[in-house]
Design a protein around this ligand. Structure first.
Ligand code: FMN
Ligand code: SF4
Ligand code: SF4
Length: 261
């Protein structure tokens, strides 16, 4: 089974390709499961031969929501080997080691870790923006072959296909924790005058963290920091402090995670 979390669709797309290659089922974590991982009702017999954790890289670390799922899911998972596939815009640091520690902490076996580069979604810090259309296309064109490589690595028991990047340890250990502390707060979210009250941001949040109040979105504290609400808004009316006024949107894979009404 592939257990998947995806903010803007990249990881869901990669999980779908991998599922096809390996004949696996994808379990997309629901808002209730992400918010209350201790109540996830997966049965050991549903897992199949292995568990593949699929999630985006956040600040060169495992997303906190996935950390919590690994720590608190009540399903017994000792009997199967565990793998991870992360999607990253650039590089993943030493996230694979952090994931292996979490898996080891449950007494489970971490067998393989892999990364697939996909278009970047992070735009909330100065100097960070979405990729140019050419870079988006180049990354999307390269993804299926990379996923096929990952599938082959899993079949042949090749343990790693990583994209650590430069200064990988410093990025995960130093920048990653600072990033979490200072840049992963939902507090700066707000709507701008461009908001038409369509409710798409609220309706698509994977954590059900947004309610419409008086015709406009209101953010609460149960945020996975996935940026789906920002990228999904057709009017570019979701803002994060003053950082996003001139930033772009990434929409190519939203269809993987946002159902049309
Ligand atoms: C909060 C946040 C932090 C991110 N940090 C990183 C990072 O450390 N390294 C990287 O290469 N990409 C980073 N990204 C980009 C995503 O990992 C990448 O675009 C991923 O494919 C998004 O997957 P998704 O569409 O399934 O959410 C970050 C994105 C977000 C939203
Ligand atoms: S998606 Fe944009 S326009 Fe629609 S309610 Fe949300 S902020 Fe407003
Ligand atoms: S509020 Fe926005 S960033 Fe937070 S989980 Fe929901 S969609 Fe993702």
């Amino acid at each position: 089974m592939i257990i998947c979390f995806s903010g803007t669709g990249n990881t869901r797309y990669v999980a779908a390709l991998l599922a096809k290659e390996l004949g696996e089922k994808v379990h997309e974590l629901s808002a209730q499961e992400l918010r209350h991982p201790e109540h996830i009702a997966l049965k050991p017999k549903e897992l199949g031969e292995r568990v593949i954790w699929a999630f985006p890289t956040y600040g060169w670390l495992v997303p906190p929501v996935i950390e919590r799922v690994i720590q608190f899911i009540p399903t017994s998972m000792q009997a199967v080997p565990h793998y991870m596939v992360t999607t990253c815009g650039d590089d993943m640091g030493i996230l694979n080691r952090k994931w292996a520690e979490l898996i080891g902490g449950r007494g489970w076996v971490a067998r393989g870790a892999y990364a697939v580069q996909m278009p970047n979604t992070y735009v909330f810090m100065p100097g960070f923006d979405v990729d140019s259309p050419e870079v988006v296309q180049r990354k999307l064109d390269a993804a299926p072959a990379r996923v096929a490589e990952v599938a082959e690595a899993i079949r042949r028991d090749v343990k790693e296909l990583l994209i650590p990047g430069s200064f990988a340890r410093v990025k995960s250990d130093v920048f990653g924790s600072a990033f979490r502390k200072f840049y992963m707060s939902p507090k700066p979210f707000h709507y701008t005058d461009a908001c038409v009250g369509c409710g798409m941001c609220a309706g698509s949040c994977p954590m059900e963290n947004i309610v419409m109040l008086g015709g406009h979105p209101q953010w609460s504290v149960n945020c996975a920091f996935c940026l789906r609400c920002y990228h999904v808004c057709p009017h570019h009316a979701v803002a994060y402090g003053k950082q996003t006024a001139k930033k772009g949107r990434y929409t190519s894979m939203l269809k993987m995670v946002v159902k049309k009404k």
